[in-house]
Design a protein. Structure first.
Length: 324
């Protein structure tokens, strides 16, 4: 996956390590800053934006753990992905860094191909996260201009007419026990970037994701919310053909519901989530869905333009429809 040029901060007390990393990153077109201590790294972050930090653990005076804790605790800093690159291969160290908020962890000596892949993936998520924040700000502004009450701190608002897409990556728990964990995480990260990209293209908000589940919502910024959500679902199903898990193509099931929702930012502003009728209906729809299917609730089906899509009822009461 190709990424644009970025501003990357290398933090390592070993000059040879800094120079080696810098050369590799500069060859890929990135701007590189180098800090030989944790204090110097924190000073750089106060001076200007950084897209990614590569951080060593074992440093004098201030360890990488302490740097990571201060970066993640500083609410004045924008989201900065941090990749730990360390000779400390103890599992407890890995767990501690991930719990503090590190994006990834690589052991020294690192594989340069793996390093590039992790850097590219982290920068892709950073740019998509930045777009998401901009999108949410625009959503809040438009909601306010349309007379929709928006809380200034949480972004909480009620949308009277929205559509929610809930997708599940099938068999993820079973596959996790059979697949190389590094490969599994890389595939899921790349797929998440695909989800984010399609959400951006169709002006949807990505709400909280967990394990193999992703939830997206289209509402105030898109009057044809059902169409935008169905278009995203169709594109996601098509995109899975290039993703493989455990040697087989990735498989999804998708449910879409429409109605009123409440949206808001929770967990100290870390992510958006949605609640309400459309979210409940999407959950019901995905429970009905089978492998590879897209299931719509009746309200979503009625929101779609006549003749533009082909779908048919799958229950006698007409509560659910399947896209064909």
């Amino acid at each position: 996956m190709m990424t644009e040029s970025a501003r990357i901060l290398i933090v390592d007390d070993n000059e040879m390590n800094r120079d080696m990393l810098a050369r590799r990153l500069e060859r890929d077109g990135h701007e590189v800053l180098m800090a030989e201590s944790g204090l110097q790294a924190l000073a750089y972050l106060e001076q200007g934006p950084v897209d990614l930090m590569l951080l060593d653990i074992m440093m004098p005076k201030m360890s990488g753990y302490e740097v990571l804790e201060q970066v993640k605790a500083n609410t004045n800093l924008p989201y900065i992905p941090v990749i730990i690159i360390s000779a400390v291969s103890d599992l407890n160290s890995v767990v501690r860094c991930i719990e503090i908020g590190a994006e990834d962890y690589l052991f020294k000596p690192f594989n340069p191909i793996l390093l590039k892949a992790r850097v590219d993936a982290s920068l892709t998520r950073k740019r998509l996260s930045d777009w998401q924040q901009q999108h949410l700000t625009q959503l809040e502004q438009q909601s306010a201009s349309n007379g929709i009450a928006v809380d200034a701190l949480s972004g909480a608002r009620i949308l009277e007419n929205a559509s929610v897409l809930l997708l599940e990556v099938m068999d993820i728990d079973q596959i996790a026990g059979q697949m190389n964990p590094v490969e599994l995480v890389d595939v899921l990260n790349e797929f998440f970037a695909q989800v984010q990209g399609l959400a951006q293209q169709n002006n949807l908000t990505v709400a909280r994701s967990m394990a193999g589940y992703f939830r997206l919502c289209s509402g105030a910024t898109h009057p044809e919310h059902a169409i935008a959500t169905v278009e995203t679902a169709l594109a996601l199903q098509a995109a899975t053909r290039r993703f493989r898990l455990g040697g087989v193509p990735m498989s999804l099931r998708i449910g879409i519901g429409s109605g009123a929702v409440t949206m808001g930012t929770i967990d100290a502003g870390q992510y958006q989530d949605v609640w309400g009728e459309a979210a409940i209906q999407a959950q019901h729809a995905v429970n009905v869905a089978t492998r590879g299917s897209i299931i719509l609730t009746a309200k979503t089906a009625h929101e779609l333009a006549a003749g533009r899509y082909y779908f048919q009822p799958i229950t006698d009461d007409g509560a659910f429809y399947e896209m064909r």
